[in-house]
Design a binder for this molecule. Sequence first.
Ligand SMILES: Nc1ncnc2c1ncn2[C@@H]1O[C@H](COP(=O)(O)OP(=O)(O)OP(=O)(O)O)[C@@H](O)[C@H]1O
Ligand SMILES: O=P(O)(O)OC[C@H]1O[C@H](OP(=O)(O)OP(=O)(O)O)[C@H](O)[C@@H]1O
Length: 200
Amino acid sequence: MIKIAIAKGRISKVIYELLTESGYTFTENSKRKLIITDDSNSISIIYVKSEDVPIYVENSIADIGIVGKDILREKEYDVFEVEDLKTGKCDLCLAGYKNTNIRKLDNIRIASKYTTQAKEFLKSNNLIGKVIKLNGSVELAPLVGISDFIVDIVETGSTLKENNLEVLEVINTVSTRVIANKVSYKTKFSSITNFISTIN
Ligand SMILES: Nc1ncnc2c1ncn2[C@@H]1O[C@H](COP(=O)(O)OP(=O)(O)OP(=O)(O)O)[C@@H](O)[C@H]1O
Ligand SMILES: O=P(O)(O)OC[C@H]1O[C@H](OP(=O)(O)OP(=O)(O)O)[C@H](O)[C@@H]1O
């Protein structure tokens, strides 16, 4: 059996559909159940917060994990990244009010859940500024004046538009990745690669 940690929001919905389309069946399933096993006992899924997926894989609780590249870029984990599922596509962007030029401001403040990538953006552009960590509703930050800019996920762009903000720069492109525990990838290589080719 392979143990799989999956980010429990958007990503889990897509993966659950892929699994059922690929022939996996789950008799025991309910929205609030955090561990489910398929009827043939070949996979066991644990649903966790996306930031926790690599932690479960690194610590051998799960053999593989399914998580966005945005999360993997925030911290270093001792895992293998083994596949790009090419779903969950979105961009990590610098956004703010229309026509604001970050390179012309003295006191740059960026609000973000993605503090590592926001700091890397400042550094790679030779900019000095403050990164303020927020955990959600990041688009609110410029509206209430906590920051002038945000670094956040943009998919359709409708959240930015509804809040009168715009993409100023695309920092990174994002998609859903499969990561593997380094030992499991050796000991369960064929089950893991078979599983990936089934859902891919
Ligand atoms: N519009 C979007 N907003 C946020 N994440 C998106 C979007 N489109 C694709 N993604 C991808 O989906 C992942 C988030 O999905 P996840 O399954 O963790 O659940 P969530 O509940 O939507 O997120 P969170 O736990 O951050 O609230 C992101 O890390 C990113 O890779
Ligand atoms: O470009 P869009 O299609 O509008 O999608 C982007 C929005 O979706 C995500 O928020 P989410 O709904 O996960 O809520 P959050 O603010 O709590 O992170 C993300 O943080 C943006 O706010």
